[in-house]
Design a protein around this ligand. Structure first.
Ligand code: IFM
Length: 758
């Protein structure tokens, strides 16, 4: 495996501070610390988040991922002048996030306004070896003359979530000359956070501490000779508990002891441990592409880095937020993005993480059952947005119309119910990829049964058939419709699978089996027209069509809503994101390639792609239809959602689903990996720019490695795997080379073909 690449922040710009703060978040699935600069800028939003740490600030507010006290900020004065890149001259600049080690580095040569150059070097990382550990260094060298220098840093609890304060300052203390600790409690009293920080500056330092206005700071000042490099080392231990089993005093002491043990190893020792862990991780995850555009490999490494940094593998009561741990967008809530866009990566690389994400839903079944009951249905209606408890967290209202003072209701919590079937779909996928019977017979079955019961109760009888009314499909520009194809097909699949597993595992009662059979016999699902186009819902095709080119050119910005009200948009053939196309992605076996293409060609011109979940799916469906160049264009545009030129596209956090879709696009789109009837299929169609695609995959306990070129496919498998390659049933084991078009060579291993796919 070659080394993952780096992401660089090309220039210091006030415009893109928050974009790069999101992109360059250092994280480990437990915590995420935005890549903000150490020095302050008014247009910079700092953020540190712990997975699963939510709190509701007060009346009328909803649970949100708490923005914790800051440890990154520093006030630096050089010869009495405040270090800020808004003044003086930047003589050189380099800033990069190293995906291989998770370290964020910056080197700047700064000429102060009154003269004198300084080299400013900083680096930091969140440890993947010890999750509560965050370490940073700041080194300053006066380049031209002796200088005086002062650095103040510590723990700054003035941070809020856009003005909403969630924490009480319970206790702040200093221990000896280097250790600071702040203990904070969420205002509902349920969670405590202990932030312990070791700060050490080399040399003959004058040091003092202050604690006021929620800032606990260590102030260091010293005289430095020209060329002398002064380093501040800051090592932090960020602990969180929602179960006070010991006194706060004892708990705080335990945190300090953990920190002291880390301090012994020093920054470099700690980094080495964490980087070694990253190295092992990449070896069984990295997707390598030989492309004429180096951006493609960067997009893949970026995606995988963040897929790790956003996933709380340590805690199955937390799941992945729509912005990961990189910002406060969507208040840190969990959507269907997790099961559909993020879980497949884990399922195919480290299935126990996928299991943990599914167990998050299983733990939250009571909340989902309660939501179904409150609305007059049975089974489990999972919340459209959730946090830790599994309660519905979708805000009731979206932005206010400042002309009318009226607020726009968010309808998703009432009607965007497809999430229920998406979770069931993920459970079945997990089963196929792992054969994990222990999970399936317990949590998996409970999820399948409860979701199926929801759909059975949700359907209404109309003229002797069952229909699903008043829903929102994935296309959120079309609300409150009857018989949305995506929802109805997915509901059918949900109930069908629940019934199959109930029989297989002999666990569904007679009443359920009878009701499920009745549902499957009577549920009406929209039927394809002669041209293969599946109506999105009962009314969609009768609505007028308008030219969307100006809105498509600004995809993601929702500019259509500046010209039309939501109600007007609802009455036109306008899609925010993939809907029928999404369906053909999720249930590919249910639609012929011709039908997939017909729907892609019909719906894409009607789709603005105002959601980050859209382009990538179009790309995969296009690639699966053999349109790999079109697929590549969509894949690239999907990858550019965060990495592109827009200086504000991800200010409030990266788009987690789009990140997952970078991986999905390569594996499910261009490599053509799919699972049909429980069997693994590989139907590659690489875009012209890609000469080679290499990726690992875990399938039913076997570790596999695929290398695809235009001429051949190499497969290495740790055990015998029966799979379909380009439509031929093939058993692979060891190292196999499959030459195109038809014949198969076996090298160190065995590869035998058994026949053509149906
Ligand atoms: O889940 C998505 C939804 O499909 C479109 N709006 C944004 C949500 C969070 O990413």
């Amino acid at each position: 495996m070659t080394k993952p690449v780096t992401l660089t922040d090309p220039i210091f710009s006030l415009q893109s501070l928050d974009k790069y703060a999101s992109l360059m978040t250092t994280g480990n699935g437990y915590m995420g610390i935005r890549g903000s600069h150490e020095e302050a800028y008014t247009r910079q939003t700092r953020g540190m988040y712990l997975a699963g740490l939510y709190h509701q600030a007060g009346k009328g507010e909803i649970n949100e991922l708490v923005n914790l006290p800051d440890v990154v900020g520093m006030e630096i004065t050089l010869n009495g002048e405040l270090f800020s890149l808004q003044s003086g001259v930047i003589e050189s600049w380099h800033r990069e996030l190293d995906f291989a080690s998770g370290e964020l580095r910056r080197t700047v040569v700064w000429r102060a306004p009154h003269g004198g150059r300084f080299a400013i070097e900083s680096r930091r990382f969140a440890s993947v070896e010890k999750l509560p550990l965050f370490a940073m260094e700041m080194a300053i060298t006066p380049l031209d003359a002796d200088a005086t220098l002062s650095i103040s840093t510590g723990i700054d609890a003035t941070l809020t979530n856009h003005g909403r304060q969630h924490l009480d300052e319970t206790q702040v203390r200093v221990f000896g000359q280097q250790y600071l600790q702040g203990i904070y409690t969420t205002q509902n009293g349920r969670s405590d956070i202990a932030i312990s920080s070791y700060c050490q500056v080399d040399g003959d330092v004058q040091r003092c501490f202050t604690a006021k206005e929620r800032r606990l700071l260590q102030h260091n000042s010293l005289a430095v000779t020209a060329g002398q490099r002064v380093t501040l080392r800051k090592i932090c231990w960020i602990a969180w508990t929602s179960e006070r089993s010991v006194s706060l005093e004892t708990w705080g002491q335990q945190s300090l002891q953990e920190l002291e043990a880390c301090v012994q190893q020093g920054y470099d020792g700690l980094l080495a441990g964490s980087a070694a862990n990253w190295h092992v991780w990449w070896q069984s995850r990295r997707v390598q592409v030989t492309s004429s555009d180096s951006m493609d490999q960067r997009a893949l490494d970026f995606a995988l880095y963040h897929l790790r940094a956003m996933t709380p593998v340590h805690d199955e009561r937390s799941s992945i937020a729509a912005k990961g741990l990189t910002g406060e967008g969507y208040k840190g809530h969990v959507f269907w993005d997790t099961e559909v866009f993020l879980l497949p990566f884990h399922m195919f690389t480290e299935p126990k993480i996928a299991r943990s994400l599914l167990r998050y839903r299983w733990h939250n079944l009571p909340g989902a059952q309660e939501k179904a009951r409150r609305n007059g249905w049975q089974g489990a209606l999972f919340p459209w947005e959730s946090a830790r408890s599994g309660e519905e967290e979708t805000p009731e209202f979206a932005a206010i119309n400042i002309r009318t003072g009226l607020r726009q209701k968010v309808a998703s919590a009432q009607a965007e119910h497809h999430l229920v079937a998406d979770i069931a779909w993920a459970v079945v996928n997990y089963w196929h990829a792992t054969g994990d019977m222990a999970f399936m017979s317990h949590e998996g079955m409970a999820l399948l049964l409860e979701t199926a019961k929801f759909w059975i109760s949700r359907a209404v009888e109309v003229n002797n058939r069952l229909e699903i009314h008043d829903v929102i499909g994935p296309d959120e520009y079309t609300e409150h419709v009857n018989n949305n194809a995506f929802t109805s097909y997915m509901a059918y699949y949900n109930v069908e699978q629940a019934l199959w597993f109930a029989r297989f595992l002999q666990c569904g009662d007679e009443a359920f089996i009878h009701r499920a059979e009745h549902f499957l016999q009577h549920l009406w699902r929209p039927e394809a027209q002669q041209d293969g186009v599946l109506p999105q819902d009962d009314s969609f095709l009768s609505k007028p069509v308008i030219d969307l080119s100006q809105y498509k050119a600004k995809a993601g910005k929702q500019t259509i809503l500046l010209d039309y009200s939501r109600a007007e948009v609802n009455e036109m053939q306008i899609l925010k994101q993939a809907d029928v196309v999404m369906l053909t992605y999720m249930l590919p076996w249910a639609f012929s390639p011709q039908a997939c293409l017909a729907n892609l060609c019909f719906y894409e011109p009607r789709t603005i792609h105002d959601s980050s979940l859209s382009k990538s799916i179009h790309g995969i469906v296009a690639a699966r239809c053999g349109e790999s160049e079109q697929g590549y264009r969509f894949w690239r545009e999907g990858a550019q959602i965060d990495l592109g030129d827009d200086p504000h596209g991800c200010d409030d956090g990266i788009h987690a689903a789009a990140t997952g879709a970078v991986w999905l696009g390569a594996i499910q789109g261009f490599a053509g990996v799919s699972v049909r009837d429980g069997e693994l299929h590989l139907d590659p169609s690489l875009p012209d720019r890609w000469q080679n695609l290499t990726f690992p995959l875990r399938w039913q306990g076997s570790d596999m490695l695929f290398t695809i070129t235009a001429a051949e496919i190499q497969i290495t498998s740790s055990a015998a795997v029966g799979m379909w390659v380009n439509g031929k049933k093939t058993i692979v084991q060891g190292e196999c080379v499959l030459k195109k078009p038809e014949f198969i060579l076996s090298t160190n291993g065995t590869a035998t073909t058994q026949g053509d796919a149906e």
